[in-house]
Design a protein around this ligand. Structure first.
Ligand SMILES: Nc1ncnc2c1ncn2[C@@H]1O[C@H](COP(=O)(O)OP(=O)(O)O)[C@@H](O)[C@H]1O
Ligand SMILES: [Mg+2]
Length: 356
């Protein structure tokens, strides 16, 4: 956690923009341009009144002051804007920044949901990341898996279920063991040793638990017993070329001798991350990740989770088109594959989407 920094309210085009002063994070000299580009970037955030670790409408929780320090070294005007109301959003649209840097998915104004990227697309304002349509496809893992499967790519067979829907063995369309998790969500919430079911009673107990605790439908898949990977993706905005950055995620065995990235492991940072040195596996992971990113309509950057089955064939698990931008898997994928520093990664994300 960063310590609180002094806040300064600054006027920008007649509107209040929140600016924060703190010591700068220095970029490598090759990335600092002496003449800053005459561009305006607005780092857009929403308030988090209850200080929730996971706000449903926020895909990437960013540290605005850190991002501002980095981008200010290359761009003339970098502001932090807090959107409280629809008027705030309207003002941002009228200011027409050259780029909006944000991890917000949607705003809730009264009883209406307004998706940020949809709104920016309508007004031809550039933003980091994928369009609203792609985020929608990624958001429900069963939709993402159907798209990926229809594109002829490998993903474990699956079905969805709610309590009472699959009461008998004959009604279960796949063989055990099955892997059971919430159909929506992230950070391994709802994933634990009970996610692996070897019989119908264990299966239905987990479906009920997910319904009660995560208030969602369960996704049931053929269990993938092999190694786990995540692949960072960067898209070159001008050429459309994709760069894949695979990493292996190594997890200790749980109480049943299985290796899954469950909630406790992720929360306690117990997993380790390493380079994928085997060339064949590196290529297989890169090919699958690029193809799924394209099939889902991903833009700019993202992360694709992959797991091997028992025969060492990589299978798509889920896509993260708004991957975390702290020092998590996406950063580690950039650093282990491209040797990027944190500041270089942030700069690359912004630079790639900036108008010429
Ligand atoms: N079909 C599967 N077989 C085995 N393990 C799985 C399967 N699907 C997911 N997992 C495990 O559960 C973890 C969390 O699943 P994932 O869909 O990536 O959820 P999250 O969005 O919470 O990251 C994965 O990282 C993996 O370890
Ligand atoms: Mg995941």
């Amino acid at each position: 956690m960063r310590s609180a920094q002094p806040l300064v309210q600054a006027k920008h085009n007649g509107k209040l923009a929140r600016q924060i002063t703190r010591p700068p994070i220095l970029l490598k000299s090759s990335m600092r341009s002496k003449a800053k580009r005459e561009k305006t970037i607005e780092i857009l955030i929403v308030p988090n009144p209850s200080q929730l670790p996971n706000q449903k409408n926020v895909g990437i929780t960013i540290e605005p002051e850190v991002i501002k320090d980095i981008l200010s070294q290359a761009y003339k005007t970098v502001l932090i804007t807090v959107i409280n109301t629809e008027d705030d959003l309207q003002s941002l649209i009228e200011r027409r920044p050259d780029l909006v840097f944000s991890g917000v998915k949607y705003f809730i104004f009264g009883d209406r949901e307004i998706w940020l990227n949809d709104c920016l697309d309508k007004h031809n304002i550039r933003y980091i990341g994928s369009s609203c349509q792609a985020l929608y496809k990624e958001h429900d893992k069963s939709i993402a898996k159907t798209i990926v499967k229809n594109a002829g790519l490998a993903t474990a067979d699956f079905f969805i279920s709610s309590p009472g829907e699959h009461p008998t063995l004959a009604s279960v369309p796949l063989a055990f063991p099955l892997f059971i998790k919430p159909v929506k969500g992230g950070d391994s919430i709802g994933v634990d040793a009970r996610s692996i079911a070897n019989d119908i009673d264990a299966m239905n107990a987990k479906i009920t638990e997910i319904h009660q605790l995560q208030k969602t439908t369960a996704l049931l898949e053929t269990f993938l017993s092999g190694k786990e990977y995540s692949v960072g993706i960067f898209e070159d905005n001008t050429t459309g070329e994709l760069i894949a950055m695979p990493i292996e995620i190594v997890v200790n065995e749980n109480e049943n001798g299985q290796r899954i990235l469950d909630f406790t492991t992720k929360k306690n940072d117990e997993e380790t991350v390493c380079k994928v040195t085997n060339r064949k596996i590196h290529r297989q992971l890169s090919d699958l990740a690029k193809a799924t990113f394209t099939a889902l309509g991903g833009k700019s950057f993202g992360r694709i989770d992959i797991k091997m089955n028992g025969n060492n064939t990589p299978h798509f698990i889920e896509a993260n088109l708004m991957p975390g931008l702290k020092k998590g898997y996406f950063y580690r994928a950039c650093s282990l594959n491209l040797g990027l520093s944190y500041a270089q990664m942030i700069m690359k994300i912004a630079h790639n989407r900036m108008s010429p």
